[in-house]
Design a protein around this ligand. Sequence first.
Ligand SMILES: [Zn+2]
Length: 450
Amino acid sequence: MATTKGSQPCPHPTDNDHAVRMVIILGFLFGAFIGSFLNVCIHRLPRNESIITPPSRCYACGTRVQWRDNLPILGYLILHGRCRWCDTPFSPRYLIMEIAVGVITATVVALAFHGSLPDHENWWWARWPWLLFPREGMPDHGLDFWYPTALIASALATASMLAVVYVMVVAVMTDLDHMIIPDEITLGFQVVAPYLAAFGGSNLLGLDWTTLPLLVNFRPGADGHGHIVYTSTPFLGFVLLCVGVAVALLSLSLRWMREVYSRLPDGEKWHEQDYAHVRKATWWFLATLVLPLLLMAGLALGGNHFQGTTVVAGPTRLSPTTVEVAWPFLVVPYASAPAGLAQAILGALVGWILPWGVGLIGTRFFGKGAMGFGDVKLLAAIGCFLGPIGVIYGFFAGTMIGAVLSIPIYLWNNKLRVPFGPYLAAGCAVVLLFGSAFDRVMGLLLNLGS
Ligand SMILES: [Zn+2]
């Protein structure tokens, strides 16, 4: 990290390399176990079976799988992919999933921890966007200050990122298998997503709407760097206004929904229970946002203000491209939990309203169901992590990926119907990985406009 360079040499480069390797290996092993569990979820959740009991059994002969055969990857290899008792082959998909989730986990862990380890400038991912560990323009606090807090923050960020990734894996696979994204996954994740996103510190990326000039004061420091201080009352008012508008839009949409779906041809017409389901899911979703909203308001009014999360390097003019957001909450002393919560709440609302609105309008104009409601519930939860701007990027990136891939898929097999969920997840993953690139493009466009 640039700030510590020169102030203190890297203490133990070899220890550090060793630590990184260990973290990656442990990440892979942990991920393989999780992959094994996700296999169970993917198989059982769409069938409305419990994911806890009964323990794994052979689907052919019903014999309970022994613990040693149940070890991820190894179990499959030892048995050559067959049941120990009846010799029925298991799908290689179980093995592939365990390896894939292991690799994904190791990658996330490595990326999340790189910034908390010294001397990471040589790493190819040193500019990893969502690991917004302060790299430049920071006052020099030295390594002693950053190292331990950075580790804690990295652990939190890893947990929060892995949660999103695992949810997306299950959603994608069940959607491909059964055209279902299970409510157990989406509705449950909606409850925890705002806190994971805000305190995991992963969601303060995306075109930084929180730096709207009306809402912040910029305080330049002596060296030309400085931080942004949210002016608490206008900011809180702004967020509450957005929430109010969103709730009004949602309740209007519930009325309009009946008119739209009653016009569909007989086979696709919605039943009374479909309307009831959407209404219930909408109120559930809004209920999950009440506590984060109260927490945000309480923290803001409790005297902390929306303290600046943002450290600006270089020119003092506020623009999306010059603003770099630093870690919220733990690492950076100017941490801002309220800003993270606001980002999560508005991200969730946009993540719900965007696909739901597009779906309603599409259904109205094309005369057939245009959007699965499972996608709406999923994107709302992911929206907490992407923020209100990032979730828009994610939705349109998913739509683009779907549009591009649908041509070769159609040519390959024109009967295959690929659901939107996997494209949506892919779009969101692209934004999680390359969100800052989207920002740069948007920043350029906005600057051209002005
Ligand atoms: Zn068997």
